[in-house]
Design a protein around this ligand. Structure first.
Ligand code: SF4
Length: 403
């Protein structure tokens, strides 16, 4: 594997403003390609991006691809569908291939804003109101504060990541608004977008874009807060898609996404369904829902009455590896698969990626031990209890003794 459409058609950066080939690509933060000194279009045309695209076109992963695309490489080598495969399927068309061919045959031909198919900038930084178990300080200010309190964050590392530094804020926003005049899909990602103090200001700016009736605005949310003014503006867009991250239902949702109240999320989902916004779900497969995807399916399909395709089911946590369901012990995987078999879930096409991952043998017992130790450590800090929601893990508490 090597070739991917993402670095040709999408602009992305991390919550602290480091440009990356796509939203999951690894970044060399010492390289200094940031929102402070580059516009998104300039970032697409740096020597690094040209070299990365050339390496992809050559067909064999080299140093740059092996580093940037390690998530996709890992997934593909373990039989899990990668973002690369999904995006190649979704975005390869006449227009995007014209961009690929032009920039490949003439490396001096720059990528221009009209070439972008979508923009995936984590422009809202890491401000978030939750501490999801699989998340990290770079993506949640709440986790950063927790790490700081318990001495797990370097003293020099800021708790708030912000790609819009004060002195370039106006330029940064103007660059994005300019891109939005030609791009058809824009993802507004945090942290948690709706709790960001600047969200309303940024949203109002987006409403001024002339292209708005052609724009699909995609907002990922944990569902704890849904501003009324957002729902009321839904019909200004070609499509306003509010994508709820739902990995569990009830107490499991509350355990996985520490700080959430499931009843509030459920209410906000139902409120959004009554508006002109579209609703989607992101169900991210991981150790803590590997045996309970039927509960999420039942909620979306039977309780809300929505088609199963409303949710994107085939995402799997691969970073950090300890939360990757591939690392579950084989005995637990068999137990979960047998329950899915009994309830007919094995036949649900959308769950293929997750089910196939459960069918693979345990990848790393070390990562699973890390998971058990990590939960023990954070249960103490957060006053939560893994075993209350997941009693099956009682059989693995002995791993706490392992060095
Ligand atoms: S191969 Fe994967 S990580 Fe690399 S740019 Fe494509 S989607 Fe992103």
């Amino acid at each position: 594997m090597a070739w991917c459409i993402e670095p040709f058609i999408n602009a992305s950066h991390t919550t602290d403003g480091h440009y990356q080939p796509c939203c999951i690509a690894q970044v060399d933060k010492t390289a200094g390609r940031t929102t402070e000194n580059l516009t998104p279009i300039e970032a697409m045309n740096t020597q690094y991006m040209q070299d990365l695209r050339a390496e992809m076109n050559a067909g064999t992963p080299g140093k740059l691809v092996n580093h940037a695309c390690s998530n996709c490489i890992f997934n593909e080598s373990h039989g899990v569908k990668s973002r690369r495969q999904k995006q190649n399927n979704k975005y390869q068309n006449e227009k995007t291939m014209a961009t690929v061919n032009r920039t490949t045959s003439d490396p001096s031909s720059a990528i221009v804003k009209q070439d972008l198919e979508y923009v995936n900038l984590k422009m809202l930084g890491n401000i978030c109101n939750l501490k999801c178990v699989m998340c990290n300080p770079a993506s949640s200010s709440k986790i950063a504060a927790e790490y700081k309190k318990h001495g797990m964050l370097a003293a020099t590392q800021p708790m708030i990541a912000n790609p819009m530094a004060t002195d370039n804020r106006v330029n940064y926003l103007n660059n994005i608004l300019e891109i939005l005049e030609t791009v058809n899909r824009f993802s507004l990602i945090g942290g948690e977008a709706f709790v960001h103090p600047d969200f309303e200001y940024i949203f109002e700016k987006i409403l001024t874009v002339k292209n708005i009736h052609k724009l699909e605005l995609f907002i990922i949310t944990n569902g704890t807060v849904i501003p009324d003014y957002v729902l009321k503006s839904a019909d200004r867009f070609k499509n306003l898609l509010i994508n709820f991250s739902v990995d569990g239902i009830g107490k499991k949702a509350e355990y996985i996404r520490t700080g959430t109240e499931w009843e509030v999320v459920d209410e906000n989902i139902k409120l959004t369904l009554q508006s002109n916004a579209s609703v989607g779900f992101n169900v991210t497969g991981q150790v803590l829902n590997a045996g309970y995807l039927h509960e999420v399916y039942d909620y979306i399909v039977n309780s809300l009455g929505l088609p199963a395709e409303t949710a994107s089911w085939d995402n799997i946590v691969t970073n950090p590896q300890m939360h990757n369901m591939i690392n579950l012990p084989d005995k637990l995987k068999e137990q979960y698969l047998s329950a899915y078999n009994d309830s007919g879930m094995l036949a649900i096409p959308g769950l293929k990626t997750q089910i196939n991952t459960l069918k693979l043998p345990q990848q790393s017992s070390l990562e699973f031990t890390r998971f058990i130790k990590n939960r023990h450590q954070f249960d103490k800090i957060r006053n939560t209890d893994l075993l209350e929601c997941y009693p099956e893990f009682i059989d693995y508490q002995y791993l706490l003794e392992n060095k």
